[in-house]
Design a protein around this ligand. Structure first.
Ligand SMILES: Nc1ncnc2c1ncn2[C@@H]1O[C@H](COP(=O)(O)OP(=O)(O)OP(=O)(O)O)[C@@H](O)[C@H]1O
Ligand SMILES: [Mg+2]
Length: 581
């Protein structure tokens, strides 16, 4: 007698469910995806006890006729693909014909559906994968699926679920993400009797973002298209405290996706722009022709495989890099001082005191979803490089030995000489470090410095890293260190202050610090100490030099700490105030 037997279908479904249905949120995701594939315009989701007790998803989509309603509960029954070739270019969210039988095998399941234009509908009840009843039923066009007591027949799985609140949060995250992907669909989520999300259909992504997150001046638009791949979305701008932290939403062909290549490209883009890049908020949408991506690589479809991984990396990195670097210089609004007579004198450039007002960065409403032309590039080419982001400027002079006043065709600029130079040096140092070490100058008389023990230890333990910057630091016994060489770009008089700042930085950083982070921190501190100071007179020549270097810098409008490098008074603003337009 052989030892092998074929598993009954309900048991096979339960095993499959182990992969597809991890938790209530995964049920909600599958059901919403089905509703979207069925062309729903509105989807209403109800959850009780974090979805453990009840999940209901109602849609106004095309519905199913009685035969399809029965069939959809069979394993591998799908309307979305027919033959092997279809797998090569999937355009629907579902394609495996697994979700419904899996969910029905681990719950009390009820399906009610009526096909568009049909007089009556069908209701099917299933318990733990066994069909209990199939009856004709009324109800609106579209489909409603109710999932009660998820995992009631698998107590071991149920035990692994988190608290109701944690499951509810995860579930609403998925609804939010799907709502972002489909602005043209209305979503309502009620969780434990409370309305958590209610967003009617809108025309564009920026409208949907507004519905979900309110007015967000701290996000900037990203838009890039190359080789048939389109990237668009909104990302955290570089504020003084670094970019805003927040959810990192990445969608590929309107699927929720976790992808290492994209995550790496995001980090890369921010790490060049600022040294405070920790989990910046991004809402990014990639559109890739379906035949250049494999979506059938993960049990819950949470990952995809790109045919041209490095192309995707470059598009994301450069798309974000451009958006961050091009973040416009804050514009000042002029106000003449006699506008409000009798009031105390207002500063004539209010922005100069308040730090300037940022213009709205919201892009004009765009079309919600434009299908791609699938113009495949001949090979993996490099997208065109970022253009210099600052126009050529002529230095006019220096204000209070601290700000360079300059002009170009489009207006006047006030440039913080220290911040601008710091940005230039930071990039130069980081660029240099990718291939070699910084040039070093040997000190005629070594500096011996006393430092608090923890800071001293931090410097000594990073001696090798510091050497790449041109610092030679060694233990000098007791509380002291000896410095025998420093970076060539550093004024020897600055060494003491720079090393103390570095010691403080390095000591403050956690132990598990990544080497790139340490390098960036050191680069930023070195650049800060090597840059021209405020209250320091400059020749016109030196001013021009700084402006030219700035123009060649990719991220020229923000310093490595995220502060603005320059403020701008536009030609329009000047002409308006002189009544010339
Ligand atoms: N809300 C719905 N409205 C109309 N038809 C639906 C709906 N949900 C499911 N169906 C039909 O039932 C079929 C099976 O659904 P199921 O989710 O199990 O598989 P799938 O969506 O085809 O693939 P996957 O397992 O990848 O999700 C679908 O192909 C579709 O034809
Ligand atoms: Mg499905």
């Amino acid at each position: 007698m052989g030892r092998i037997n074929k598993l009954p279908e309900d048991l096979a479904n339960q095993i499959a469910a182990g992969e597809v249905v991890e938790r209530p949120a995964s049920v909600v995701k599958e059901l919403i995806e089905n509703a979207i594939d069925a062309q729903a315009a509105r989807i209403v989701i109800t959850a009780e006890y974090g979805g453990k007790k009840l999940i209901r998803v109602e849609d106004d989509g095309i519905g199913m006729d009685p035969d399809d309603a029965r069939l959809c509960l069979d394993r591998h029954a799908t309307s979305k693909i027919r033959r092997a070739d279809d797998l090569g270019a999937i355009v629907t969210l579902g394609f495996r014909g697994e979700a419904l039988p899996s969910i029905a095998s681990v719950s009390h399941f009820r399906l009610r559906t009526r096909a568009r234009g049909s007089d009556s509908g069908t209701e099917i009840r299933v318990n733990a994968g066994i069909i209990e009843s199939v009856v004709e039923a009324g109800g609106p066009e579209g489909t409603t699926i109710e999932v009660d007591d998820l995992f009631y027949n698998l107590p071991a799985r149920r035990k692994f679920l988190k608290s109701d609140a944690a499951e509810a949060a995860q579930l609403s995250r998925f609804v939010t993400q799907l709502a972002l992907c489909y602005p043209e669909v209305g979503f309502t989520l009620a969780s434990s009797g409370k309305k958590v999300i209610a967003v009617p259909p809108v025309r564009s992504l920026s409208d949907r973002l507004y519905q979900l997150y309110g007015d967000r001046q701290d996000l900037i638009a990203v838009e890039r298209e190359f080789g048939g791949v389109r990237l668009h979305g909104f990302i955290a701008a570089l504020a003084e405290q670094g970019p805003v932290r927040g959810p990192q939403h990445v969608f590929v062909n309107r699927r929720i996706v976790k992808d290492r290549t994209i995550a790496h490209a995001i980090l890369d883009a921010y790490s060049v722009a600022t040294n405070k890049e920790r989990s910046p908020e991004v809402h990014l949408f990639l559109e890739v022709p379906p035949d250049r991506i494999d979506v059938n690589v993960h049990p819950t479809k949470a990952e995809v495989r790109f045919k041209e991984q490095s192309l995707i990396h470059e598009i994301v990195r450069r798309g974000l890099g451009d958006a961050l670097g091009k973040g416009p210089a804050p514009e000042l609004t002029l106000r003449s001082s006699d506008v409000m007579p009798g009031r105390p004198m207002q500063p004539s450039i209010p922005g100069a005191l308040s730090g300037g007002s940022f213009p709205s960065r919201w892009a004009p409403p765009e079309q919600a979803w434009k299908p791609l032309e699938s113009a495949a590039p001949a090979a993996v080419q490099q997208p065109p490089a970022a253009q210099p982001t600052v126009r050529p400027m002529i230095a006019l002079g220096q204000f209070r030995d601290t700000f360079i006043i300059a002009m170009d065709d489009e207006g006047l600029c006030i440039i913080d000489q220290h911040v601008a130079h710091e940005r230039v040096l930071f990039e130069r140092i980081m660029e240099r470090l990718t291939t070699e070490s910084l040039e070093s100058q040997r000190l005629l008389i070594p500096i011996v410095m006393e430092l608090p023990p923890a800071e001293r230890a931090a410097l000594i333990s990073k001696a090798e890293v510091l050497a790449r910057f041109g610092f030679e630091v060694e233990d000098f016994g007791g509380d002291s260190i000896k410095v025998t060489a420093v970076p060539a770009l550093l004024d020897p008089n600055e060494c003491d202050a720079a090393l103390r700042a570095l010691a403080e930085d390095l000591e403050g950083l956690d132990r598990g610090l990544r080497i790139e982070d340490a390098l960036k921190q050191i680069a930023a501190t070195t650049a800060c100490h090597a840059a021209v100071k405020a209250h320091y007179p400059l020749t016109l020549e030196k001013m021009h030099h700084i402006l030219e270097e700035l123009r060649a810098t990719a991220y020229s409008t923000v310093c490595p700490h995220g502060r603005p490098v320059m403020l701008r008074i536009t030609r329009r603003e000047i002409e308006k105030n002189f009544d010339r337009i």
